[in-house]
Design a protein around this ligand. Sequence first.
Ligand code: HOZ
Length: 430
Amino acid sequence: MAYDKSIAAFEEAYKVIPGGVDSPVRAFSGVEGTPPFIERGEGGYLYDIDGNRYIDYVQSWGPLIFGHCDSDIETAVIDAVKRGLSFGAPTTVETELAQEIVDLFESIDKVRFVSSGTEAVMSAIRLARGFTGRDDIVKFTGCYHGHSDSLLVQAGSGAATFGNPSSPGVPADLTKHTLLATYNDIESVKQCFADSKEGIACVIIEPIAGNMGLVPAEEQFLQELRAVCNEHGTLLIFDEVMSGFRASLKGAQGITKVKPDMVTLGKVIGGGMPVGAFGGAKEIMAHLSPEGPVYQAGTLSGNPVAMAAGLTSLRKLKSNPALYVELANRAKTLMEGFKKAAEAVNVPMVTDVRGSMFGFFFSDKPVKNFADALENDQKLFAKFHKGMLDRGVYLACSSFETGFISTATTDAMIEESIKAAYETLKEITA
Ligand code: HOZ
């Protein structure tokens, strides 16, 4: 495959945009080659400016569960655009989308919309602190909750890919309130509670971690986490920005019995437009301005075009919940295929699937936490990524990310991807 135009475009971008990208993970720093510059998407495919076509397993990092250019979402967006791009005033579509979310999530009585997952989590944390009157929070190493100060500590996703899980520029005075626990290890959580002098406002967790690769929390661990939070009057926040409407219609909450106090959402609820949301029990949400004193605001929050895209997405998902079984089956076929391709060249691989989310590690042991994830063979992953790209398969450019299946991902695409995996693994291990 030729990438000449993308290479030139990257050089141009580099001159005026730091690293040539507007979000670090896009820069291909953890893998080989330069990022293809995308011209357009169509269904399950991406097309770059050199005319290369790729089967897209990134799907804009999760939002596009119906693939690119879904006609229903497109129509809803165009209709909304014709009515006006933004009003900075209430619209009924916000209430409609909120109602859909409230109806689906037992843990959410009220929800507020923002413009990104980062904003959603940042606001949820402030609300948890305002509600409890406590400053400390607990997060898990390898979980990524966006790039706000308190949460950019031992974070996954791009932070892990670049080897800076804790960013310079974040005041130590702030991060001293962020206590770190180990994913799937309840004793480490209990230690945080023992260490906290000021009391813990909330524990935030990706109940299905998607930012250290795909690493689901064990059911017993989540139940124990709930119990510890109850014991201490601490709020439990499920960050379902990635897993919401991806792992199941109700995200992780369609799989676990554990009910959080607050939930953060994003990605799919915007249907490809910038949307985030945070919600929870009404007693908690009542502390949010203007009902309560905890301030949070946004000029473009609840933007009518983004709301229209999200509402159409969610209604499509709700009207056909069986599609999660189809998506999961395709994800399982893909992962079984990758695993067999790895076995064929004696390379150890572990895989996992949750609904439309899939993950694989070049590792010979189960991955239960960030330390395990860090042990994956990243050099081999980099080579695999390049070989797959050259064969028209677009995978996330880091082993600390998750892959996604959309309704536009066909069986033929899965088959082609498995074939590419066999060829690639044979080539890179020869
Ligand atoms: N938050 C996304 C999932 N890890 C990555 C997208 C980005 O950081 O640009």
